[in-house]
Design a protein around this ligand. Sequence first.
Ligand code: CMX
Length: 440
Amino acid sequence: MGIIKDRFKAKADAANAEIKDLLKEHGTKKIGEVTLAQIYQGMRGITGLVTETSLLDAQEGIRFRGYSIPDLQKKLPKAHGGDEPLPEGLFHLMLVGELPNEEEVNHITNVWQRRSHVPNHVFATIDSLPLNTHPMTMFVVGVMALQTESNFAKEYAKGINKKDYWNPVYDDAMDLIARLPRIAAYIYRRKYKNNEHIQPNGLLDWAGNFAHMMGYQDESFKELMRLYMTIHADHEGGNVSAHTTHLVGSALSDPFLSYAAGMNGLAGPLHGLANQEVIKWIFEMQEQLGTDDPSKEQIADYVQKTISSGKVVPGYGHAVLRKTDPRFTAQMEFGKKHMADDKLVNTVWKIYDTVPPILQSLGKIKNPWPNVDAHSGALLVHYGFVEYEFYTVLFAVSRALGVMASLCWDRALGFPLERPKSVTTASVKLWLEGKDEIWE
Ligand code: CMX
């Protein structure tokens, strides 16, 4: 077995024993109550899942195995001469639960390089789609085509002991992560760069090579990709993409099927597609106002118009967070360091000054602060990456790190099929009248 795989298995065995004891002693303890409103309103605040890789604090934001984003920026190994964390390091942290050293991160880079071969039929499948297909659709179709390579599906068909599920799931997770940048870069070059593809550079790290294959050779763009791939990777387990991957995986659908399902959720405008919606919204504002440098007053008017036409302000609000998303702040700091005078980036900062008080004044929005998607597009546009329909694919490549690390844990911990109880409004009414004992 490989070094990381061995360490993961040892950690998972220890965790399994610990959880067994925990449940034996405390399994009947109640951890909360569920109100009728919660089951009609998106199950907000119901604790119903275990996800080991990260935990979201409403005030502080995301922590990966206890480490905040600023911690990761300080403590994770960097590329030679770089300042941003290598996402390989975050994957190690999420999977094994420990900060890696440089050697361990290099090992993961090498493993992913070795596993990165994408079979031709995947590219042929993507080529069969019309060029005007949304990049997220091309991406998910590409992942589905890659499912032919699933170790788990093959082992399951042969007949595998359930104690060993984690093993081919781990291999699938590593293969999938290794191959996604190739698939994504292929879609980008096919759709936007005249089908002129760029061969991978075997000497680069995972995110650096992704930037290279998309055609961005600037070192600071590679740094942006390292930061981007790190901060978008995981946001605990209840968000649509993570939860869907986990749910579909619980049916023992293999990691390719599970990840593709999760990414169909990421492609929704209330989730990952918000990053494209933000930049589209800013471009439309610039066009309507006839300026690429709008004042705060002009922005405020435009925000009011958006709200009064029954639309959401993209990039603002969150189902759990109640403060500015630290992922937004990390990108703002990157902007200040690399492009402080960029007009579009400055517009994003003016929007940040303008939107929260307006949303707050509506009195119904629980979180008026920006989320991760409010900033990312402007940084990309600075480097000439203007094809905003592609932005959610970048999010998706990063999200694979979190959801695949989690799926390895799901199978190693032997989590069962997920199947919560649902009710009908008719049964709710009967229950309220004391005529239905179904919930007792
Ligand atoms: N602009 C205008 N109205 C907003 C709003 C925004 N940015 N955010 C929330 N609201 C509205 C809701 O639509 C809801 O209105 P109704 O009661 O009329 O239906 C009300 O405020 C209360 O919503 P909430 O409880 O504060 O927010 P939710 O938990 O229901 O939704 C989210 C969270 C993210 C879907 C929502 O804030 C939103 O639509 N934001 C814009 C889209 C976005 O940026 N999504 C990306 C999130 C991060 C990610 O997953 O990538």
